[in-house]
Design a protein around this ligand. Structure first.
Ligand code: ADP
Ligand code: ZN
Length: 721
């Protein structure tokens, strides 16, 4: 092969042709560096004839500069890249970037320089230097990482390096990971568990594509069970990928993994240090990383010999990526399993309707764990009708929940209050003039966070100190909080029970694995009486002393821009209810609602999962919604409102007219302003038989949008804001 076509990692460019210099060996999947104008670009040698492009005259081809010393991307992964780009209407280069996601792994040296404190002091101590030195106690990392930790500029740290206060150290990056022992500590499985575990092990041994839905009630021991096929894959010398929805969940998982396999798994998530990323990426590509546990981005890594994929809590929305390549890691996992010809296990107590449907029509194999491990009963669920049991004004907990808390406190048991709202209050206004505090960049209220004394936008991340006076009328000391967030509920509990030890559990308080671990340790040691938390506490946690779960507002999820609002509410409440009574003591769940008769709430109260799924299935069938039809969202945005609106109207004028697909919009998005950009959207509803992606591509490609307009396509969208 003396001429190759490269998929280059630059989404603005199409595939490019190069010549292969004498003596250089490349094959499809080889990662190479090629000249591009005065610079270079990273590219992947692609299979002949699969990428479109103009044939350039051989004499004009420039030679590839070098081959990057990593294994070539295997064929299944190349097919996955193509499929993902095609299905999600994304650039091939953007998908390929998710594969080559560690710059360090692609060729740097095998050692790197990190920095740490020497214990010395600078000649001239400034407050900034002092703060940096305090923050860096015990830390080691690159200058950039340390600057992030200490919240100072890199210049400040370089100054300290020159003064000998911080020293460079050479560290090897590619130390091998200790091997997992598949027989380290095998649990005694119950007969139900054993049966499912055996079938999963057989699926691994078969080395064939097999999509499996592991549907087990909360507390049935799904993790324990899927550890068995993991062990088998390890015995066979193959790799395993376990996808988890939330980094805060991993700590608990890691502990259990280590108990079972004698060593922790290899971790992959976005907050890894660059050296850890490099080490993991290389071990994954060489096949020495046996079991990789990660967030959704771990799905695109170049595993050398993948034998099994497990997606835990597979119904979770966080598997859906909503920027860059808008993919759903649950669905792409199944596709990867197909290309790799291996089993893929989707584990959940509340599967997505789409997944259940696939099991029902026989596309996925269904494996069930219908009862809790060790004879624990599922909790007793009761509704509290808020129109009858009204809390006093400015309060949110009804008498039954208060009595429940009182009772648990007296018995030394734990309670969990669930409200899916971070912060203290979702809206702040001026008592004098009614001014509402809104984000200047987004059409959203600023949320008060009392723990950090900030008003924050949950969409763009803007934070400001709460003003002393109203910016509208100038009145001082006039801010009132409207509505509850978890911090406010925690205050209410402290007010009612001053002796109670209350912990707020949200991404603000448990954002890092360390903080999550600390929280779990405290809860397990019974140093917490009442946990007040957001959706973060609905998954994964197992606290045997937790016997009461209170859902503060079950109606909340039914509002807002979620296309699957009823399903999401069902899942969240059922999952949080599943935290109660997991030990020997029975659990009780109290659900506050203003709509006790709404089908989803009634199904929750009756513990009638089948009735809920049946009703929801019919509603989706009627609406032509997934899994019976398909959706896509198109969002046009611009910093200029008029430009965005006009582009949307012009696009709407040329909408394709077809029987198998109709297009709603354009309309201003509910979040009409986001990060300073005005947004208009279309919702496409298509029959399953329609060629959705090609139709959208043809429609959009025929348009020349002004440079200020961004066009985003979201296939199978979840959020519609
Ligand atoms: P799920 O993920 O289905 O909610 P888990 O896997 O978290 O359930 O299991 C619930 C609890 O029961 C965990 O503490 C787990 O360690 C324990 N457990 C489950 N199966 C077994 C078993 N066979 N032997 C010992 N403990 C088990
Ligand atoms: Zn904002």
């Amino acid at each position: 092969m003396n001429r190759v076509r490269l998929l280059v990692l630059n989404a603005a460019l199409g595939p490019l042709d190069y010549s292969v210099p004498e003596g250089m060996r490349v094959e499809p999947g080889s990662v190479v560096i090629a000249p591009l104008g005065p610079r270079t670009v990273t590219g992947i040698v692609w299979d002949e004839g699969r990428l479109p492009g103009r044939a350039v005259d051989a004499s004009k081809l420039r030679p590839i500069r070098e081959v990057v010393p990593v294994p070539p991307l295997a064929e299944p992964l190349r097919r996955l890249i193509e499929w993902t780009a095609d299905y999600y209407c994304a650039a091939l280069a953007s998908v390929a970037r998710m594969v080559l996601s560690s710059g360090g792994a692609l060729g740097g040296p095998t050692t790197t320089t990190e920095y740490r404190l020497t214990g010395g002091t600078p000649e001239r101590m400034t407050p900034q230097r002092l703060a940096a030195i305090e923050a860096l106690e015990g830390e080691q990392g690159t200058i950039r990482e340390l600057a992030g930790i200490a919240d100072v500029s890199e210049g400040v740290l370089r100054g300290l390096v020159n003064q000998g206060v911080i020293e460079p150290v050479t560290v090897a990056i590619d130390r091998p990971y200790p091997p997992a022992d598949p027989d380290f500590d095998q649990p005694a499985l119950s007969p139900d568990q054993l049966d499912v575990a055996k079938r999963l092990v057989q699926a691994v041994e078969a080395r064939r594509f097999a999509p499996i839905l592991l549907d087990g009630v909360t507390g049935s021991g799904k993790t324990e069970v899927y550890f068995e096929p993991i062990a088998e894959a390890v015995r066979m010398g193959r790799q395993v990928l376990v996808l988890l929805p939330e980094i805060a969940l991993t700590e608990n998982f890691l502990v259990r993994f280590e108990q079972r396999f004698g060593t922790p798994p290899v971790l992959w998530h976005s907050s890894l240090k660059s050296t850890e990323r490099r080490r993991a990426w290389r071990a994954i590509s060489e096949g020495t990383a046996q079991v990789v546990v990660g967030a959704r981005s771990a799905l695109f890594l170049p595993y050398a010999k993948l034998g099994l994929i497990i997606v835990d809590e597979a119904h979770e929305v966080s598997f859906k990526q909503d920027d860059g390549v808008r993919y759903n890691a649950r669905d792409v996992s199944v596709m990867r399993g197909r290309f790799e010809d291996i089993p893929v296990v989707l584990a959940s107590a509340t599967p997505a309707l789409e997944s259940l449907h696939m099991a029902e029509i026989g596309t996925y194999e269904l494996m069930e764990l219908p009862s809790r491990f060790g004879g624990a009963e599922l909790p007793d669920i009761k509704l509290v009708n808020l129109t009858e049991e009204k809390p006093p004004s400015g309060r949110w907990l009804s008498a039954p929940i208060i009595h429940g808390l009182e009772d648990r406190l007296a018995k030394g048991e734990q309670s969990l209050l669930f409200l899916n709202r971070r912060g203290y209050a979702p809206l702040t206004l001026c008592r004098n003039c009614g001014h509402r505090f809104q984000c200047p960049n987004c059409s959203a209220w600023l949320v008060e966070h009392r723990l950090s004394a900030r008003l924050a936008c949950h969409h763009c991340g803007l934070e400001t100190a709460p003003p002393k006076t109203c910016p509208e009328c100038g009145e001082g000391d006039c801010l009132v909080a409207c509505g509850p967030g978890v911090e406010r509920i925690a205050d209410e509990v402290r007010d009612l029970f001053p002796e109670a030890r209350v912990a707020v559990a949200t991404s603000d308080t448990l954002g890092s694995p360390e903080r999550a671990a600390e929280f779990i340790a405290q809860a397990e040691a019974k140093a917490i009486d009442v946990i007040v938390g957001t959706q973060l506490v609905t998954k994964g946690f197992h606290f045997p002393e937790l016997t009461l779960v209170g859902v503060v507002d079950a109606d909340l999820g039914l509002e807002g821009g979620d296309l699957r609002a009823a399903e999401r509410t069902y899942q969240q409440v059922a999952q949080v209810a599943g935290r109660a009574g997991r030990g020997e003591k029975p659990g009780e769940v109290l659900i506050q609602t203003r709509h006790p008769d709404a089908p989803v709430i009634a199904a929750l109260a009756n513990g009638d999962r089948d009735a809920f799924y049946a009703a929801e299935t019919e509603a989706r069938r009627d609406a032509g919604a997934p899994p019976f039809g398909r959706w896509a969202a198109i969002i046009l945005s611009s910093e200029d409102e008029k430009e965005a609106r006009e582009a949307a109207v012009r696009l709407g004028d040329t909408r394709p007219q077809r029987d198998d697909l109709y297009i709603l919009g354009p309309a201003p998005a509910p979040l009409a302003l986001l990060r300073g950009r005005y947004r208009y959207r279309f919702l496409v509803n298509a029959r399953r038989s329609a060629n959705l992606q090609d139709t959208l591509r043809e429609w959009l490609d025929a348009h020349d949008f002004p440079p200020g307009v961004r066009v985003g396509v979201d296939i199978d969208p979840y959020s519609f804001v």
